[in-house]
Design a protein around this ligand. Structure first.
Ligand code: NAD
Ligand code: UDP
Length: 441
């Protein structure tokens, strides 16, 4: 025992000598200088420094992050970037920063090839739904990373499964009425059933989703400094007494009716968004969406466009509620997605009406569906639901002026695209292909 201890002491002593400070060596200034000058080391250091400086000089214009300093509520000026062309530097300054980035990449060839704008990380709540899934497609296409948060109440994995396996796409099954912590730059908050049949199915859940869900997502935005976009609705105008509806109109909403869970829920969500903006400095954006249609709508969600299209395809009568003289304005989904992205990237809080101002009675809509799908389709009248708004049509001058946005797809152009999708999903293949009538605008 004693011999092993003494042996270890010897080892330690030897180790100390090997790795300890070298005693007796003199330090002088000339030694490091000589070292640097030897074997052209100085030349390599200087070349390295020059290359690094050049790299940062070129990188600077494209590595700018989003300009968070713009005071949303006080910002002025017209976008001037509609159509994606940047005529002047002034117009470029006013464009959303992601458009600035792509424009900068194209300016003067100063930027090294391959450098892009900074990709963002974005949450889309309700991203497996109809509108959300189209938005996700555009964001992924733009080069961003997207996290979809959805409880699949009305959404479907099929709507986003073409992104499975893409490292820039994530899907989380989560109900927004429960808190969630994620690190992202932007939050598009869409989670909420949109069809009257779906939102009336469990009205308490609908109002909880709109109030508690929105509160949770605003809390997240505040905590992580993310920009937040709320998808509100034209329903905030209720059964409007002003026509067409401007954003300044406060609405005519029944607070205790069967639609109130949705209408009042969205009105409260707008209130929450504005209070987080004014009170907590959260950068919010509010879109008031008017009736939207397109591929991936739930086939049996009870909305008028999906009902008429599915009924005409199945050779069933189209169900017109009431006298069919009530009006709506129908927007194709790609127009809406463009509007949402411009709103998110722009400088203005809103609210903004996003809808197609073309106004149709339900009987006129049935006529268009007949022309597009089947001229022999018939109509069946049914009792209308309570509190059904008599008319609806957006005034979109604010979005035109401040976002440089207006819809491009007319009903007669958009409907055949939706019909194609419904046909595949209803019949499982391309059966009856060719019965879609091509209708001139
Ligand atoms: P949708 O029903 O197809 O999509 C809503 C999505 O939200 C679905 O994927 C659903 O599963 C999900 N969702 C619902 N409750 C949730 C919850 N508690 N937690 C997590 N996910 C939840 O509807 P949509 O037409 O795509 O509408 C999207 C948004 O746009 C909604 O907020 C809606 O109010 C708004 N909006 C739509 C229209 C329209 O015509 N489509 C009009 C006005 C407003
Ligand atoms: N509607 C109809 N037939 C249907 C479904 C709806 O006539 O099969 C009418 C409904 O009464 C309303 C309009 O179409 O006046 C739009 O209804 P939808 O549910 O699509 O959306 P809303 O604008 O009411 O949210």
């Amino acid at each position: 025992m004693s011999s092993s201890l003494s042996h270890r002491r010897v080892e330690v002593a030897m180790g100390d000598e090997k790795y300890g400070p070298k005693v007796g060596r003199q330090w002088s200034v000339s030694k490091p200088v000589e070292y640097v000058l030897r074997e052209q080391r100085l030349v390599f250091v200087l070349v390295g420094m020059a290359m690094t400086s050049l790299f940062f000089v070129f990188l600077q214009p494209v590595s700018r992050g989003p300009d968070r300093s713009v005071p949303d509520s006080t910002s002025v000026g017209v976008g001037g970037y509609g159509g994606g062309a940047f005529g002047t530097e002034k117009a470029l300054e006013k464009a959303p920063y992601w458009q600035q980035q792509s424009a900068i990449v194209n300016l003067g060839g100063k930027i090294p090839l391959g450098l892009q704008r900074k990709a963002l990380r974005i949450v889309v709540t309700g991203g497996a739904g109809f509108v959300g899934s189209h938005l996700v497609d555009r964001l992924i296409e733009r080069g961003d990373s997207v996290i979809v948060v959805d409880n699949f109440f009305t959404g479907r994995k099929e709507n986003v499964m073409h992104h499975f396996g893409n490292p820039r796409f994530e899907l989380i099954r989560h109900d927004v009425v429960e808190p969630l912590l994620l690190e992202v730059d932007q939050i598009y908050h869409l989670a909420c059933p949109a069809s009257p049949v779906h939102y009336k199915f469990n009205p308490i859940k609908t109002i909880k989703t709109n109030v508690v869900g929105t509160l949770n997502m605003l809390g997240l935005a505040k905590r992580i400094g993310a920009r937040f976009l709320l998808t509100s609705t034209s329903e905030v105008y209720g059964d409007p007494l002003e026509h067409p509806q401007k954003e300044t109109y406060w609405g005519n909403v029944n607070p205790i009716g069967v639609r109130s869970c949705y209408d009042e829920g969205k009105r409260t969500a707008e209130t929450l968004a504005m209070d987080y903006h004014r009170g907590a400095g959260v950068q919010v954006r509010i879109a008031r969406i008017f009736n939207t249609y397109g591929p991936r709508m739930c086939i049996d969600d009870g909305r008028v466009v999906s009902n008429f299209v599915a009924q005409a395809l199945r050779k069933e009568p189209m169900t017109v509620y009431g006298d069919g003289k009530q009006t709506r304005s129908f927007q194709y989904v790609s127009d809406l997605v463009e509007g949402l992205m411009r709103l998110m990237e722009g400088e203005h809080v809103g609210p903004f009406n996003l809808g197609n101002p073309g106004e149709f009675t339900m009987l006129e809509l049935a006529e268009v569906v007949k022309q597009v799908i089947d001229p022999s389709a018939t109509i069946e009248y049914k009792e209308n639901t309570s509190d059904d708004p008599h008319k609806r049509k957006p005034d979109i001058s604010k979005a035109k002026e401040l976002l440089g946005w207006e819809p491009k797809v007319a009903l007669r152009k958009g409907l055949p695209l939706m019909v194609e999708d419904f046909r595949k999903r209803i019949f499982g293949d391309h059966k009856e292909k060719g019965t879609v009538n091509s209708v001139n605008m």
